[in-house]
Design a protein around this ligand. Structure first.
Ligand SMILES: N[C@@H](CCC(=O)N[C@@H](CS)C(=O)NCC(=O)O)C(=O)O
Length: 213
């Protein structure tokens, strides 16, 4: 499979799949959308569960490869298009930190976010995958304060993941609107790729809502 082979993105607007679509645009990747109307539960129909038993988006198909999980998808796609310059090469000293920040999203940030959203009783730090919410977020704040991007001066795919995530989590009040987070998110959301996909998402979300009757 090469970067010339088209990618199919299984997609719902205004969801965790939005960032993947922004990344595809930033990479200049050839892709097709397979939209699922979550308002009518298409992600839980047998046809989709057959390829993603969890019924979640994003999912990408590239040849015979099916890839779920944002962190895997971001690493996969950015590596597929190295010429876009959004991934440090294997021998680049930034490669380790790059992987760290992408993995941190799935392993620490998301579990913390859901615990906060659901108002779960905090797990003792030693047993929690993310220690505690404030420590988890504090680590990000410290890193982003060095800015402008997670790895310094050059934007990587990790920043698309995190910029889009900060944007929606601040919107939902799950992350405090600190200047450092706002400025960081704006660096990504002000880019043409995000602006394009955000407008397209508004239109698709309206179509999906209308299809509910
Ligand atoms: N662990 C997955 C989570 C993806 C996820 O939660 N997707 C949500 C959209 S925001 C979804 O598809 N929800 C539909 C459902 O569960 O019915 C990832 O990081 O890719």
């Amino acid at each position: 499979m090469t970067s010339k082979d088209r990618i199919t993105l299984y997609y719902s607007p205004q969801s965790r799949a939005t960032g993947t679509r922004v990344l595809l645009e930033e990479l200049g990747a050839p892709y097709d959308l397979h939209a699922l109307n979550m308002k009518v539960g298409e992600q839980r129909q047998p046809a989709y569960l057959a390829i993603n038993p969890l019924g979640k988006v994003p999912l990408i198909r590239h040849g015979d490869a099916l890839v779920t999980e944002q962190v895997a998808i971001y690493i996969y796609l950015a590596d597929l298009f190295p010429e876009a310059g959004l991934t440090p090469a294997l021998d680049d000293p930034r490669r380790g930190p790059y992987l760290r920040w992408i993995a941190y999203y799935g392993s620490s940030f998301e579990p913390a976010l859901i615990d906060k959203f659901m108002k779960h009783e905090p797990t003792p730090p030693a047993q929690s995958p993310y220690s505690d919410y404030d420590s988890m977020l504090g680590v990000l704040e410290t890193q982003l304060s060095r800015g402008p991007y997670l790895l310094g001066d050059r934007m990587t795919a990790a920043d698309i993941l995190w910029g889009v995530a900060f944007n929606w989590t601040m919107m939902f009040g799950l992350v405090p609107e600190k200047d450092v987070f706002k400025a960081y998110a704006e660096r990504i959301t002000s880019r043409p790729a995000f602006q394009r996909i955000s407008a397209a998402d508004d239109a698709m979300a309206a179509e999906h809502a209308a299809a509910c009757g």
